[in-house]
Structures are given as C-alpha cells and as structure tokens.
Design a protein around this ligand. Sequence first.
Ligand SMILES: *Cc1c(COP(=O)(O)O)cnc(C)c1O
Length: 371
Amino acid sequence: MATLAEARVMTSPPFTRIPHPAPVPAAARAQALTDPGFGKVFSDHMVTIEWTAGQGWHAATLGPRGPLTLDPAAAVLHYAQEIFEGLKAYRRDDGSITLFRPQANAARFNASAQRLAMPEMPEELFIEAIRQIVLADRDWFPDVEGGSLYLRPFMFASEAFLGVRPAKEYKFLVIASPAGNYFKSGAPAVSIWVSEDYTRAAPGGTGAAKCGGNYAASLVPQAEAIALGHDQVVFLDAAERKWIEELGGMNLFFVFADGSLITPPLGGTILPGITRDSLLSLAADEGLAVREERYSLDQWREDSASGRLTETFACGTAAVVTAVGRVAGRDGEFTIGSGSPGQMTQHLRERLVAIQRGKAPDPHGWVMRLA
Ligand SMILES: *Cc1c(COP(=O)(O)O)cnc(C)c1O
C-alpha cells in the first residue's frame, strides 16, 4: 500500500482510448432509455485503471464495457477489500453536461480507501476517469424527467493471494448506468422498519466507509423489512440500540413544527453523505435552525405523537430526498405527520434538484461542467 504522501505525489497517467467496436445500436439504446429504472441498463464503455505496489496507478484505459478476468484467489473474493462511490452526471437543455460535487466523491473515496487499507487516488485522476466515460457515453442520457447518467467508480483488491494483509494489486473501474427517477416525483412517502436485531455499523468499524461489506451486512435486515411490507430498514446505534443512525444507503433528517431540523451526527458509524452535507448547507442558507445531534427512537415516536415532529426524510444521490411516512418496529407503528411527503421535504428536494440541474444559481460552486 502506498503511503498517503506517496499517493499524493503520484501524477495521473495518460488514458488509452479504445472506442467500442460495436456499440449498442441507436434504436436499441433509445428503447433501453425509455424507462431505464435504476442500475439495470449499462452504457457502452468502462474505465479501468490498475494499481500495483511497484508502479502505482497505471494502464488507465477507456474501453468497451465487458466482463473482467479475475484469478479465483483475488483477495476481494475472500476478504472483501472493496470500496465504491456513486454520483450522477446531468445533461441540461442546452446540451451541456455537468457533475455535482465530484471532488467530494473523490475525497470520500480516499477516506474509504484509507479505512480499507487500499491505495488512494489523486483527485484529478478520479475526476478524469469520470470525464472520460461520461464523454464517451454522452448518448446514454435518458430523456425522462429526473433522468441522469449514474456513475459507479469502484476499486477492489485483485492480487491472487490468500494471506490476510492489504493486497499489493488493485483495479479501479468506472461504469455508467442511465437512471430514471429512483422514486417517481410525487411518490408516496416510504415505510421503514426499525432493525432491532441487526446493526449496520459499530464504533471503530467501517460504517463511515463506502464499502461493499457494509451493504452485504444490511441485506438480511433489508429483506426482513420487505417481508414485513416495508420499503427500507433504519438502523440504530450498535452500542445502546437507542439512537437513530441511517437507512441502509441513505441519511436521515427530522423536521420539527418550529421549522428546525436535526440530522444524526457523523462520528464513524454514519456514512458522510454528500446529499446530507449539501442539505445542511441549503438549510443554513435559508436561515433554518439545523443541528447535527443524536435523536432517539423513543423521542421520534413521542414527537410524532405529540406533533412536535412533522416530517422525516431520507437522502442520498440515487433517490435525492424521500419522505418517510410510517415507521414500524417491535413495539408497534407510528405515522409521521399526515403520512405523506411534507412541505419542508418537498421544498428542500426542489431546491437541491434545481441546483443540480442548473435551474437555479449555484452559490456554493457545487456544479462542475464537463462539456
Ligand atoms: C452512499 C450512502 C449514503 C448517501 O450518500 P450520498 O453521498 O448522499 O449519495 C448514505 N448512507 C450510506 C450507507 C451510503 O452508502
């Protein structure tokens, strides 16, 4: 593994560009883009970059998307040394293409890399990799409302070695997937199940890293939520099983009748969402009192009943902002507000989406134009 200092001085290698010899024909692509859903349609290309202890980052390639060849002893298949990111590219009415805060994704990717004992990647190489695939696959933006090109950068340990230590070889890839609205706009609020048997992240664990292993551990409680008729699972802290942390892949905000907001504080067990961070800024811009503060399940239930709490929403890149309407746990259920998306939820969602899509000024300089 490169040290932090080594990783920072490594300069970006040039990209080899191999255009797809037989891209998806235009008619089939148009068909796939009419209702892309989320994560099931993929573009023509992918980026691959290799890392070895001797050479650092090298062999940066934009090429045709296709299966990987992997040694069965590749460390990722045994010890799950893997991290990922998720961000969207947007195509505007004038044809320009933009990203939203990709530097924040690069920084979080490197924070995840540190936690998983993986090499860091220079920010400019991370963003250049994204630029390469977005421009190569610029015909893959869906024309549907709320459409975007979802980008999935990820890195895994490819070294063939069964000893337990940080691998000495890694692959970094970026794939692209046209996405419609994750939850259709005007969607009803979601219903969530409180996981009291399983936790997502423990103090000192990997909860703040965007690693596949966290998701693997969330699948059983998520399946339990679905089996019980809910949409998502919400996790409590592992130490006291008392404080609300987050959903399997989205952060939470609580909205009060006095117009103030609370979101659980970061601190190692919560994934530092870029949507969360952006909403904290937007709320502060509007003069709303917004606090990063622990909030318990008992208080949530009590405040919903008394009317002190009026709304709860989840947020993340894929779904942006989604209202929570109903919460169920072992001790029964409660409804939030009217059970439908509230005004603050809709307002903050619209504010953020307007900035992301270039329909409102961008006072924080969050938008990066690629073309
Ligand atoms: C990715 C992720 C989020 C949301 O992060 P964004 O940067 O807003 O997309 C929240 N929680 C978990 C567990 C995540 O993996």
